[in-house]
Design a protein around this ligand. Sequence first.
Ligand code: ATP
Length: 205
Amino acid sequence: MWVLGLTGGIGSGKTTVSDLFAAHGITVVDADVIARHIMDPGSAALDAVKAHFGQAALQADGTLNRAWLRARVFSDPAEKQWLNQLTHPLIRQEILAQLHSAQSPYVILSAPLLVENKLTELCDRVLVVDVSEDTQRTRTLQRDKVTRHTTKDQVEQIMAAQATRQQRLDAADDVINNDGDIALLPAQVAALHARYLTLAHDQRR
Ligand code: ATP
């Protein structure tokens, strides 16, 4: 299976771009969705978190208290490492399973931390959605201020924890600059899609 890695910083437009590829019939494997599901009720990962951190890590209904866990590991590098050692192999395993079972001519692996977590190893090519940091701030706040009550400080924290714009660009084979109008995206995606179809086809021959 020929794999395109898709990444970009918070609020850069990864989802907007991956939706456009999906409209061309391309399967999108989303590392964030997988990361959430490995902590579903009844999972071995959730049991391990409960055994390690205690009942405080769970909400009253038995599901993971994500806000608590995020805050707990944010200020404690050793706990963060413990959590990563638990979750990263499970996430990688599930990503591989989903990439292998995809039926489209090629498959997209979409991950905000593609570069940081070395998921680029699983990809034949990397597409970065690139915007200025100011655009990231404005669009993330605009999107999340009402539904998720995200604050300016939280956006800054997430940006600081992600790779820099330059680090992502260094890992890129292709770049979509998304500082401009959203209406400019479909034509760029269509052109890249045509190219990826050829590359994936050539690899299979
Ligand atoms: P995250 O990493 O936070 O999940 P993302 O990279 O998936 O973000 P999107 O959710 O696709 O980013 O885009 C962020 C917000 O910006 C969304 O509300 C989206 O509709 C909007 N957006 C995307 N591209 C543009 C554009 N070119 N012009 C204006 N708004 C845009």
